[in-house]
Design a protein around this ligand. Structure first.
Ligand code: EPZ
Length: 438
């Protein structure tokens, strides 16, 4: 069964426990970054195991707008930037995803100037780009913020010593994408070391970059004058993997995932084990089952901690666990905004401004409601809800599957931006899922 290409709303009919196999796709948060990196080469790069997402199409459109050739065939993306001619990303790409700011470094290297429109992405916090801009200036770029986006110029970029005041994934990627061809050495301290960041670094190394990762969150990069196109197969999406395992557990069933390495899921597995889940782990697959789920206390944090993108499915799972769970979100200040719809589904969740698990975080005393108390087990009822962002969208889908009555989910484009063939994968797990005419 295949969902029509653009599905605005779905009707969900819960069927009880979801069981079955899910093949996890390549990582959403790596594929677009590798596509941007491919602009640094004057030959073709091939990315295999790419997820089929609208986010990939959006990024491909941006690359084509500056003259790159991009071909997407099934799960392969081929990018040839030998034909790069333009330095300006059209403002029509404003607000669609986080890629525009990452394009600045590569465009400066290739063309000497860049215009990128304002970045978008999910509305889960303020998400400024100050760390990106500061880093670009330290490489010697002239950067000006206008009312439409960011203008940058550079005759030559040179290596820099940069310390991030927070290990931002995006700012680390901006530094990597700029340092690899900047003249001399760059040292980046307090860098993000998420698997998707390392995946980008490995791809750049294949292209000919000289990158070293030290154990203390430090990248040391020696700039090289030339990078060549390279092939890379993407690793499995750890967010998708966790989400499907939780979909199985939350409905009282069991999902076996393949295509995502255990090493990407260590903290997720440990957290679910503490909640009472059992795991069968082989070289090829991971299966989670649970007879009785217990409450948990979880604080999101940069890798290798419990990742923020796992938080919305976890909160839904907490409604199925016996006792009072506590979740403290420390990465994005507004990432619990999706809770109101879960409350309408009768989830017993309360939000707090205080830092409720572990050390106080950056959002202490900011007024941001970034901790949640979740009482379980609370029976969930179906509802009609609007999905606000990618990860909350999947959490609502899990809640709808675990509810005792049907739901209608609007805003399916969020799911299509972030998850490969989610309609088909849930259908194969047995969920009653139907496209509604707009
Ligand atoms: C990436 O976002 C991911 N997006 C996010 O996934 C993920 O949640 C996040 O990293 C954290 O792991 C993509 O890879 C496309 P950050 P990014 O820079 O790079 C602050 C999803 O659903 N910050 O690590 O934007 C920022 O406000 C998405 O797939 C600054 O203050 O995240 C936030 O509080 C959602 N100034 C924190 O750092 C800056 O210049 C972490 O942001 C940059 C960031």
């Amino acid at each position: 069964m295949t969902a029509p290409p653009s599905a605005p709303s779905w009707a969900i009919e819960p069927v009880g426990p979801l069981h079955g196999d899910v093949r996890i796709s390549g990582s959403k948060n790596a594929v677009s970054k590798l596509m941007v990196a491919a602009l640094l080469a004057d030959g073709a790069s091939t990315i295999a195991n790419a997820p089929r997402l609208s986010d990939v199409e959006i990024t491909a459109g941006m690359l084509r707008s500056v003259g790159a050739e991009v071909v997407i065939e099934e799960d392969r993306v081929v990018i040839d930037a030998g034909t790069l001619a333009e330095s300006r990303i059209p403002v029509s790409y404003s607000g669609l995803n986080r890629m525009p700011i990452l394009l600045v470094g590569p465009l400066l290297h290739r063309i000497g100037e860049a215009f990128v429109p304002f970045v978008g992405g999910d509305r889960i916090g303020a998400r400024p780009v100050d760390l990106h801009v500061d880093a670009l200036r330290q490489f010697g770029a002239e950067v000006e913020l206008t009312d439409q986006g960011l203008e940058a110029k550079a005759v030559k970029l040179h290596g820099a010593r940069i310390r991030l005041n927070w290990p931002s994934v995006g700012a680390t990627e901006t530094v990597l994408l700029t340092a690899v061809q900047a003249e001399g050495r760059t040292v980046l301290e307090n860098a993000a070391v998420e698997p998707e960041v390392v995946e980008l670094a490995l791809f750049l190394q294949r292209m000919g970059a000289r990158i070293e990762l030290q154990p203390d969150r430090r990248f040391v990069i020696e700039g090289v004058p030339h990078l060549a196109g390279a092939p890379q197969r993407l690793g499995g999406d750890r967010i998708e993997a966790f989400s499907y395992m939780v979909a199985g557990l939350a409905t009282g069933g069991s999902v076996r995932i393949t295509g995502c390495a255990q090493e990407r899921l260590v903290t997720a597995i440990t957290t679910l084990q503490r909640m009472g889940a059992s795991f069968e782990i082989t070289d090829d697959s991971i299966t989670a089952t649970a007879d009785h789920l217990r409450s948990c206390a979880v604080r999101t944090s940069p890798h290798p901690g419990f990742m923020t993108d796992w938080q919305p499915p976890l909160v839904v799972l907490c409604t199925r666990a016996h006792g009072m769970s506590v979740v403290h979100e420390t990465i994005f200040e507004d990432r619990l905004g999706y809770i109101d719809a879960l409350q309408r589904m009768k989830a017993e969740v309360e939000l707090f401004e205080q830092c409720l698990v572990g050390d106080p975080c950056r959002f202490q005393e900011t007024g941001a409601r970034h901790s949640a108390l979740v009482r379980g087990v609370s029976p969930l009822q179906g509802a009609e809800v609007e999905m606000p962002d990618i990860r909350a969208a999947f959490a609502y889908l899990i809640a709808a599957a675990a509810a005792d009555s049907p739901s209608i989910l609007h805003g399916v484009h969020h799911l299509e931006r972030g998850y490969d063939q989610v309609f088909d994968k849930f259908s194969e797990l047995g969920l009653g899922i139907r496209q509604l005419d707009s």
